[in-house]
Design a protein around this ligand. Structure first.
Ligand code: DNO
Length: 351
């Protein structure tokens, strides 16, 4: 296992030269963030990003994410064209990031993260909850979310409002509300059965990010929240390219998900791991805590031990961090607490 760190490209307030100063940091996790979902990526843009990273002594072998247009999840009439574009993006990733260089070992497949969450990616009710130690964090409070109106233009949720108009959101939510879990799952199988042979051919490993939080929100189904969901998916699509992004904070928000047991059961499927901690404080309510085992509800040492015992040797990242030491910036993606998280993880790996 080796450390990686998410970097949002040139617009990221955290420069690569700071990321490289985190001890044991091997690579960045990035994407072409300004290409709208549905458009095929260009290899030369990725090559440029890779060179930027390598100039700072960091490798770039983990993509997060190539977004999946809603039409694929809905099974809409244009899905085949969108799947074709997604496959073109895979080919661009393989061309730009696959070849070996002084900075990267070429045998390990390049990882491509994605998720199949309808409309909303990760969802929180608050982005700056004050903790007793004076730090601020992302939190999800069930009552607050139930009071939220997803049709209200005021709603401030990360990751999705920017992409859709209010009317689009309304239409999408209504379409999904008419669908059953099985319908969305069937669309996921359709997608994976088309893309996994291509990923295999290109020596890429896909990494499915689970639902965050791992339950339905706003009356819309979510289908990748539990060990049972994963079991079924890996049996329906056995391709080795069909991998998992084990996000401990996403699965771990539900006390029903036993993370060390899941790490053991799915270790051969894990392509990438997001290692972070959450403190559960009631039915379907949680806040993101420091990575340390004592700070939250997840036993990260046990998860790391299980991944190691299962032979996982790929990339991991600290995922989100709190805002500490008066840092300001993109919620969840400051430098200081993620760097502390990285050092906690590296300590576990060394031990
Ligand atoms: C949040 C991230 C997610 C993740 C996507 C993967 O910080 O973990 O947004 O990148 O769900 O497709």
């Amino acid at each position: 296992m080796h450390l990686t760190f998410r970097w949002f490209g040139e617009m990221d307030s955290i420069p690569l030269r700071h990321i490289r100063q985190i001890p044991a940091m091997r690579g960045i996790v990035a994407a072409l963030y300004d290409v709208p979902p549905g458009l095929a990526w260009n290899a030369s843009d990725l090559t440029r990003m890779r060179s930027r990273a390598e100039d700072e002594g960091l490798e770039f072998r983990v993509v997060e994410s190539i977004p999946i247009p809603e039409s694929i999840k809905l099974g809409g009439p244009q899905r085949d064209a969108y799947i074709e574009a997604w496959i073109k993006s895979l080919a661009a990733v393989a061309e730009a990031l696959g070849p070996a260089s002084a900075h990267s070992a070429s045998e390990e497949p390049v990882v491509v993260t994605y998720n199949f969450m309808p409309v909303f990616d990760w969802t929180r009710s608050q982005l700056d909850k004050l903790l007793s130690d004076g730090s601020r964090t992302l939190a999800y409070d069930r009552d607050a979310v139930e009071r939220l109106d997803p049709f209200d233009g005021e709603l401030d949720l990360p990751g999705w409002l920017a992409r859709y108009s209010r009317e689009d959101i309304y239409k999408l939510i209504m379409q999904y509300r008419d669908m059953k879990n099985e319908d969305i799952y069937a669309n996921m199988l359709y997608f994976l059965r088309a893309v996994t042979p291509e990923a295999e051919r290109l020596n890429l490993r896909l990494a499915l990010h689970p639902d965050d939080p791992p339950w339905p929100i706003f009356g819309i189904p979510r289908i990748m929240s539990t060990a049972e969901h994963l079991r079924r998916l890996f049996s329906d699509v056995p391709s080795p390219a069909n991998g998992l992004c084990l996000c401990t904070g996403s699965f771990g928000a539900s006390p029903e998900n036993d993370l060390p047991a899941m790490a053991t059961e799915f270790s051969s499927r894990v392509a990438f791991a997001h290692l972070r901690n959450v403190r559960i404080f009631g039915n379907r309510s949680f806040e993101e805590s420091a990575h340390w085992k004592g700070a939250g509800s997840i036993d990260l040492p046990a998860v790391v031990r299980a991944l190691k015992a299962g032979g996982f040797s790929g990339p991991v990242r600290p995922d989100h961090g709190r805002m500490i030491w008066d840092e300001t910036g993109k919620p969840g993606y400051g430098l200081f607490d993620r760097a502390l998280g990285a050092q906690y993880i590296q300590g576990l790996l060394d031990a």
